[in-house]
Ligand binder design. Structure first.
Ligand SMILES: NC(=O)c1ccc[n+]([C@@H]2O[C@H](COP(=O)([O-])OP(=O)(O)OC[C@H]3O[C@@H](n4cnc5c(N)ncnc54)[C@H](O)[C@@H]3O)[C@@H](O)[C@H]2O)c1
Length: 242
């Protein structure tokens, strides 16, 4: 039980990776607050509605979790949206929307988490392999995730210097089999053909599973990573090593 007695808060918890994180964290002994645009229906210990772009909703959701459990130990900033467009056809409105969910949402979560998490707590931010290598069809998304990596480093040092043992790290999934990847694949052509092509392009020869990302989130959230902060962990089948 690697998260025994821990209280964890997960955003975007109804999605592919989010729901795998909720399930694994609970299996490892955590009480898990699952939040999404509408309160998720998956098995969890408290289901909340939270649009991560809304500062007021963040404050209400974190307060509700604290009322229920008395404290928070772990925050996973997992909510995200993709936009399958190169820079040349991305409108300013689309850019702002992608930044709002992926970057503003993470900024609000990290800032509020730093104020509230118990000593020895951990924040895990979902970035992407698109933050590490050029991804031409995902221009705004890549920029937002690159900024999540930079924010993670900056905030991790601030948190470390505060001396409470709070750690902040980023995860960079590769192409992971979720509804988000289905959407990207359909945007790029015939869904199954695109997925098969993407799988062939991974050094390990297949797509990643949500459960494999959840395992990495578990590591970063747990005491096994007690000397790990400000790092960026790629779970990408070797894609960014090419
Ligand atoms: N699937 C991949 O290949 C992949 C690769 C790299 C990074 N990621 C990142 O992993 C995270 C999870 O992605 P996924 O693949 O599970 O996607 P998904 O689409 O299955 O799930 C995303 C979830 O975020 C929620 N969400 C969207 N906007 C929100 C908002 N404003 N407030 C709260 N919740 C919101 C959605 O309702 C959904 O449940 C995202 O940050 C994504 O960018 C995914």
């Amino acid at each position: 039980m690697r998260l025994a007695d821990k209280i964890a808060f997960v955003t975007g918890a109804a999605g592919g990776i989010g729901s795998a994180i909720v399930a694994l964290f609970r299996a490892e002994g955590a009480k898990v607050v699952a939040s999404d645009l509408t309160a998720p229906t998956l098995p969890c210990d408290l289901a909340l509605q939270l649009d991560v772009t809304d500062e007021g909703e963040w404050l209400e959701a974190l307060a509700a979790a604290e009322r229920q459990f008395g404290r928070l130990d772990i925050l996973v900033n997992n909510a995200g949206i993709a936009l399958t467009k190169p820079i040349t056809t991305t409108s300013l409105a689309e850019w702002h929307r992608v930044m709002a969910v992926n970057l503003d949402g993470t900024f609000l979560g990290v800032r509020e988490g730093m104020k509230r998490l118990a000593p020895g707590g951990a924040i895990v931010n979902l970035a992407s392999v698109a933050a590490l290598v050029g991804a031409p069809p995902l221009a705004a998304y890549s920029a937002a995730k690159g900024a999540v990596v930079a924010l993670t480093r900056s905030a991790a040092i601030t948190a470390a210097e505060a001396g409470q043992g709070l750690r902040i790290n980023a995860l960079c999934p590769g192409f992971t089999d979720t509804p988000m990847l289905d959407g990207i694949s359909s945007d790029l052509g015939q869904r199954d053909a695109v997925r098969a092509k993407l799988a062939r392009r991974q050094p390990l020869g297949r797509l990643c599973t949500p459960e494999e990302i959840a395992e990495a989130a578990l590591y970063l959230a747990s005491d096994a990573a007690r000397y790990v902060t400000g790092t960026t962990l790629a779970i990408d089948g070797g894609y960014s090593a090419q």
